[in-house]
Design a protein around this ligand. Structure first.
Ligand SMILES: Nc1nc2c(ncn2[C@@H]2O[C@H](COP(=O)(O)OP(=O)(O)OP(=O)(O)O)[C@@H](O)[C@H]2O)c(=O)[nH]1
Length: 361
């Protein structure tokens, strides 16, 4: 068994995503030079993308370089899992400086789902790392068009904890506020910042702890933000209600994003909750862009937190106490082509099935 002195807490990982050309590299290039990024490893696709020139201190072996800020830059090996295992090994043998944070820049056209799934499920990775948060860049000029046209772009926004709007210097204030309100409707819990704001620093960007469901430190209100979903129209993102962007491409794409919160006053039986999540992921997993919830489970006095991305859910975890006097179950959804009603119906069916099974003869 591993002795307590050998135990290293899992290193938090932040995923930096955003559509092609939306400014991920520009943002990262600025942030990695900040002293606050010391003890951070940044995984990029190619060194050439992040101009390292004058900031290079030492060329470490293989795919890694050290910057004068203390930040380590590393290019991707064959895949993410191999890259993270290699980083861990090199850290343990002292081949690279010790680090306490990792940032991964994804490629612009990628659906971040598979990366998040790897980070949520790869057993070896989970021994040493933990998915912490997702930062998504959105182009102030082309963002709306990309959201209307590209599923990847929608998914990138849906899974974000923080959204950084880039190229605000090129956009009018009217189109900027249109974009921001669309982003807020799609993902009410994410913070939205402009890339040139003073709040956009490495320290703040890459410390969110929103995915890593640490029951002792989870700020449930900030994480769930259920009230932000409550007052919203469910149809805000259907094609009929979509804002056109300057590309005038609204007719080309017909995916509809919804975000809503389901609440239940009555405690839920554990079996019903498990059955509901199983059925939902099997039937419509691909369209569950993000699900987060705080559930009052009948078998326990303590609340259970659940969280999923597409068909994959984190193992549920139990909080030590309720965050406040509100004991209702609250589950927020960001979905694609999937409205609230069928999800509510499925939930009722699962509750009824468990009640019927457990009823005395
Ligand atoms: N005017 C202006 N241009 C920007 C801003 N941010 C990025 N750009 C420019 O936008 C282009 C794309 O920026 P990148 O940082 O390469 O975008 P990316 O998301 O990393 O691109 P990919 O890796 O190809 O997906 C570059 O020419 C940048 O100089 C900004 O805030 N204002």
């Amino acid at each position: 068994m591993e002795s307590a002195s050998n135990y290293l807490p899992p290193v938090p990982i932040t995923v930096l995503t955003g559509f092609l050309g939306s400014g991920k590299t520009t943002l990262l290039t600025r942030l990695i030079r900040q002293p606050a990024m010391a003890r951070t490893v940044v995984i990029v696709n190619e060194f050439g993308e992040v101009g390292l020139d004058h900031h290079l201190v030492a060329e470490a072996s293989g795919n890694t370089v050290l910057l004068d800020s203390g930040c380590v830059c590393c290019t991707m090996l064959s895949d993410l899992s191999a890259t993270l295992r290699d980083l861990h090994r090199r850290r343990m043998v002292g081949e690279i400086p010790d680090f306490d944070r990792v940032v991964i820049e994804t490629t612009g056209l990628a659906d971040p789902g598979p990366i998040l799934h790897t980070l949520m499920t790869d057993r070896v990775i989970l021994g040493y790392f933990k998915l912490d948060g997702v930062v998504t860049t959105v182009d102030a000029v082309h963002g709306l068009g990309q959201l209307n046209r590209n599923t990847e772009s929608m998914t990138q926004v849906a899974v974000a904890d923080r959204i950084v709007v880039t190229k605000t210097d090129l956009a009018s204030s009217a189109s900027l506020s249109l974009l921001k309100s669309r982003l807020r409707e799609m993902n009410p819990a994410a913070s939205i910042q402009e890339s040139d704001s003073s709040e956009v620093t490495g320290l703040l960007m890459f410390e969110s702890a929103n995915y890593s469901l640490d029951p002792e430190h989870l700020d449930v209100d900030r994480w769930l933000k259920a009230e932000a979903y409550d007052h919203r129209d469910n149809h805000a993102h259907h094609p009929d209600h979509r804002h056109d962007d300057d590309d005038n491409i609204s007719s080309r794409h017909h995916d509809a994003i919804d975000s809503f919160c389901l609440t239940s006053e009555k405690p839920v039986r554990w079996g019903a909750l498990v059955g509901f999540l199983d059925a939902l992921t099997q039937l419509r997993g691909a369209d569950l862009l993000r699900v987060k919830g705080l559930v009052d489970v009948e078998e326990s006095d303590l609340p259970v937190v659940i969280q999923g991305v597409e068909h994959l859910f984190h193992p549920p975890s139990q909080l030590q106490s309720w965050p406040d006097s509100d004991r209702r179950s609250r589950v927020v959804f960001i979905t694609r082509n999937l409205t609230r009603e069928p999800i509510e119906d499925l939930f009722r069916i699962c509750v009824a099935a468990v009640e019927a099974k457990e009823a005395p003869l």
